[in-house]
Design a protein around this ligand. Structure first.
Ligand SMILES: Cc1cc2nc3c(=O)[nH]c(=O)nc-3n(C[C@H](O)[C@H](O)[C@H](O)COP(=O)(O)O)c2cc1C
Length: 547
């Protein structure tokens, strides 16, 4: 087995611990009632994003008092952007380039023997998968106690293959634990997941679909499993490219698939392509409970795992959450690359999806350089609205000076830089997408909003940067609470600002404003109405008594 340079899950947990990003809970925690609500507070309790942590639960029980010897890592992959950066091994700024590079140059994995694969240290198969020894031995928590109908795997990477080409796909889907040897599979049709496309192909052949579900693994595989990788490209190869080394993989025990050798737990089995079973309620990432649907189910043929396996569980449901953080950077990298590389749009700087409560897919801001042609702005708006079935309901084009991650700033741009009669288009016939489904209205629409400046505006009415910076120093000297600057935090020109006006402002800060008072006194006139803008009338001053 070649020397591994990428991190497996225990290495990653150590890195989080070293970086002060891990909370370790060794008191008893009930996985069905306490675990997710406890972690949920870090998203609903006013804890700033940088202070959110990964959580490792080492003393896990259920409501019947059953003890589980498998620790659970919650928010360990993307509790906040810093945790995501630790796992990805690069800065957020480099993320876009890193994904694009990996899509273009996938690295085929390295197949190792079963003896060399840590995920085959313990193998439970066939009849051994009885009560107490099958899926019920895994410490899988309930995500939304009070609504979910049981424990669901949330960080479960479903590996399936195309029956014709054998090309594998890894997609992260929830899995309802239904019996010691049976679990659900919910491949969303609106997200057009690779797993769903493969399922259709196996159904066409009239055969059940072989499947391996990985829970806990080298973090890079988890990141790839939620990314929209180009169709026909194997996420395991993209993951290899992301870490710059072929991933170690091993042939699964009972299905014809390869799985990451350093996986913590792998559930193998066959998904029926003939029958579907009710699945859910389950609290979903769009912030509502997904009511019962007919979905896939898998008859389990084996559970393989490390001797000291650690289970991962992701907090999803109402955003922000681990689920939205893990998707945020991956999705934005893909959207900007589509606009720039596939559509060749000029002037686009970045794409930022709104996250809290809306969960990334519904409200998306596109930032443009100054002077970007209007045609490019509209091409980008229409392009992104059509990019994916379930993304882009409210698309807002803004100028670069607007902080697209700040909803107040977005509303500000919409409030003043957009004339709805010209700058809003409704694109009909959009899929309802990922959200609570309407029984009365099968279609949705996208609203495209150009909230960029169409003409010069007066400056932003905040003190210039130098004055705000000086004031921040005084603020510090006074020992006041730490400032967290929000854009805009200083004033700047938006095009309409003459030398004349600048001169007056410069005089004013030198406390020479009486001078301005004198100049204004000379410019009195009688032929204008109150509130008439000076710029709209001729400079020739008409004095009282003039003809
Ligand atoms: C926590 C979490 C749970 C998810 N659950 C599901 C799910 O149950 N079904 C689904 O289709 N997609 C789900 N997704 C989104 C998919 O992982 C995502 O669309 C991925 O790109 C699918 O990969 P694929 O297209 O290769 O199958 C989930 C994502 C996260 C982060």
């Amino acid at each position: 087995m070649s020397k591994r340079t990428y991190r497996d899950l225990p290495d990653h947990i150590n890195a989080l611990r070293d970086a002060g990003l891990l909370i370790e809970v060794d008191r008893e925690i009930n996985k069905d009632t306490e675990m997710h609500p406890l972690v949920r507070w870090q998203y609903r309790g006013g804890i700033p994003e940088p202070d959110r942590k990964a959580w490792l639960f080492t003393n896990v029980v259920d409501s019947k008092g059953r003890k589980y010897n498998m620790p659970v890592l919650v928010c360990g992959l993307a509790g906040n952007p810093e945790i995501y950066q630790v796992g990805m091994g690069c800065s957020l700024d480099d993320m876009g380039g890193k994904w694009a590079e990996a899509f273009a140059n996938p690295l085929p994995p390295n197949i190792v023997t079963s003896d060399d694969a840590p995920c085959h240290e313990v193998i439970i198969e066939g009849k051994a998968l009885l009560e107490g020894n099958g899926l019920d031995a895994l410490s899988i928590p309930i995500s939304t106690p009070g609504f979910d109908n049981g424990p669901y795997t949330s960080s479960s990477h479903f590996i399936t293959s195309d029956p014709e080409t054998g090309i594998q796909n890894v997609g992260n889907y929830r899995g309802q634990i239904k019996a010691p040897n049976r679990m659900g599979m919910n491949t969303s049709t609106e997200l057009r997941t690779g797993g769903y496309i493969n399922w259709l192909a196996w159904k066409e052949r009239g055969e059940p679909m072989p499947c391996a579900v990985v829970i806990g693994c080298p973090p890079i595989v988890s990141y790839a499993s939620v990314q929209k990788v180009p169709e026909g490209v194997d996420e395991l190869e993209v993951a290899g490219a992301l870490v710059g080394q072929p991933l170690n993989v091993v042939k699964a025990k009972t299905v014809d698939l390869i799985v990451p050798a350093e996986a913590e737990v792998v559930i193998e089995g066959f998904v029926s392509t003939e029958l579907l079973e009710p699945e859910a309620p389950f609290g979903e990432s769009h912030g509502h409970v997904n009511i019962t649907e007919y979905n896939g189910f898998m008859d389990v043929t084996a559970v393989t795992q490390k001797k000291k396996a650690i289970l991962t569980s992701w907090v999803s449901q109402v955003a922000p959450s681990e689920s939205s953080v893990i998707r945020r950077f991956a999705y934005e990298a893909r959207q900007i690359s589509y606009l720039q590389d596939s559509l060749g749009i000029t002037g686009i700087k970045h794409v930022k999806a709104h996250e809290p409560l809306t969960s990334l897919s519904r409200v998306i801001a596109l930032s443009f350089e100054k002077e970007t042609p209007r045609t490019e702005i509209w091409r980008a708006l229409y392009g992104l609205a059509s990019f994916r079935q379930a993304e882009g309901k409210w698309l807002i084009a803004v100028d670069e000076d607007i902080d697209a991650t700040n909803s107040d700033a977005l509303f500000w741009a919409m409030a003043y830089r957009c004339r709805p009669q010209h700058d809003v288009h409704v694109l009909k016939h959009k899929d309802q997408g990922h959200g609570p489904r309407s029984l009365t209205e099968p279609e949705d629409a996208a609203v495209l909003i150009d909230a960029t400046l169409k003409e010069s505006f007066p400056p932003v009415s905040l003190p210039k940067q130098e004055f705000m910076e000086r004031a921040a120093q005084i603020w510090d000297e006074l020992g006041l609470p730490t400032l967290r600057p929000e854009s805009p935090w200083f004033g700047y020109s938006l095009g309409e600002w003459s030398e004349d006006l600048e001169e007056m402002a410069v005089r004013a800060v030198k406390s020479d404003y009486w001078e301005t008072g004198k100049v204004y006194a000379q410019r009195r006139r009688s032929d204008v109405a109150m509130n008439t803008e000076v710029r709209t009338v001729s400079d020739k001053v008409k004095k009282r008594g003039d003809e």
